[in-house]
Design a protein around this ligand. Structure first.
Ligand code: 13P
Ligand code: SF4
Length: 373
């Protein structure tokens, strides 16, 4: 179906406030009706941390790596509505065709970890490495986690660097450690450190870079000796899982397996049985035998869904606290209904557009990532 945009349909374009008084059932019905009207022109992508009343409307679900691939594989969709956070929508915009429009149903859905590194801070850090001769004497490869701004991805593209996700950090480190003397990893120190440990890099050769301190709080000598420089960023959701949670759950349930996301601190990852991306967590639990027990260290919306999906397996959140990503939660059915009905009325709201020059270089870093198997 093609929507003909007339002044009349535009006049009918809704306002977000109109949706807040609607019942859950009405929102659900209206979202489904709008999806039907938009047909193949629309694809809704949903990250695994989205709430149930949103993820149920997604055409495709996935971790940030899988969704970034999907964004580049649905050329027929004029609108990509991304139920996730800002950096994911930016990546979708970069990877999709120029005529496709990427929409984030709530512009406030950011990622506090991604916000811990700005492109200006990263440029400044690079200049500081240059000022002490490190960039002249060593090949330093910048690697940014997907959870970062498009501008930082572009920085990596320009400086022979690459993007990684929690799905492919290991193969990417493997390749990059062979090509460079040092890796500079933004912005998640924990994914960086956990992956560095996997490759046997001693902790003394991992230096933390604090953007508020000169040379990141290191001496030039320490940076010369480093193999891995880790930006001082973290995820406040995964940071809530503590080593004692693992001890406690093991004491309570003998034989329980602990499965966590690599954004957790090293001490938690080391005490766990397995760690990996949200997609890995789901696949592991799909394959787990009935009757097996699991404590899962990741976002609560995903864990609750897994608990409901596999009643024959004993799955629980690793921590008794509520580990919820508040910014993911901002994408509510009200935002989704408003976004879709606006499209039906011929108005594109909340479009995410990465400026062309940034997109060009960010694409270089993303393409390098996608080329790694
Ligand atoms: P995934 O890459 O596993 O989807 O994780 C993204 C994220 O934001 C986890 O906090
Ligand atoms: Fe960002 Fe953490 Fe939320 Fe993931 S869970 S989007 S890293 S704040």
């Amino acid at each position: 179906m093609t929507t003909t945009v007339t002044n009349e349909t535009l006049a009918k374009a809704p306002a977000l406030e109109d949706y807040f008084g609607l019942s859950d059932a009405e929102l659900h019905e209206r979202i489904e009706a709008a999806r039907k009207r938009l047909g193949k022109r629309l694809v809704i992508l949903g990250h695994h941390y989205q709430r149930d009343d949103v993820i149920r409307h997604a055409d495709l679900t996935g971790d940030s790596f899988k969704l970034s691939m999907q964004a580049s594989k649905r050329p027929e969709a004029e609108f990509i509505v991304f139920c996730g956070v800002h950096f994911m929508a930016e990546s979708a915009d970069i990877l999709s065709a120029p005529e496709q429009k990427v929409i984030l149903p709530d512009l406030g859905a950011g990622c506090s970890m991604a916000d811990m590194a700005t492109a200006e801070q990263v440029e400044d850090a690079w200049e500081q490495l240059q000022s002490v001769g490190i960039l002249d004497d060593f090949k330093v490869m910048p690697i940014t986690y997907m959870n970062s701004s498009a501008a930082i991805k572009a920085f990596c593209g320009k400086h022979d660097g690459v993007v990684c996700t929690s799905s492919n950090a290991a193969p990417l480190f493997d390749k990059s450690l062979k090509e460079a003397d040092k890796l500079f990893f933004f912005p998640d120190q924990h994914l960086g450190r956990n992956t560095g440990v996997r490759f046997g890099i001693p902790l003394e050769q991992m230096r933390l870079w604090d953007p508020d301190k000169e040379l990141g709080g290191n001496t030039a000598e320490e940076l010369r000796d480093a193999r891995l420089i880790l930006w001082k960023g973290h995820c406040s959701v995964h940071g809530r899982f503590r080593p004692w949670h693992v001890d406690q759950v093991r004491a309570e349930v003998p034989g329980i397996k602990v499965l966590v996301h690599p954004e957790c601190i090293k001490e938690v990852v080391e005490k766990s049985d397995l760690n990996g991306s949200t997609e890995f967590i789901i696949k592991t639990l799909e394959a787990a035998p009935a009757g097996s027990s699991w404590a899962v260290g990741t976002e609560v919306n995903l864990v609750n869904r897994l608990v409901a999906r596999f009643p024959e397996k004993h799955i629980r959140l690793l921590s008794p606290d509520l580990c919820m990503c508040a910014t993911m939660y901002r994408i509510a059915p009200q935002n989704l209904a408003w976004t879709l009905e606006s499209l039906v009325a011929g108005r594109v709201v909340n479009q995410i557009v990465v400026p062309a020059e940034i997109a060009r270089w960010a694409r270089v870093a993303l393409d390098r990532m996608l080329a790694i198997k």
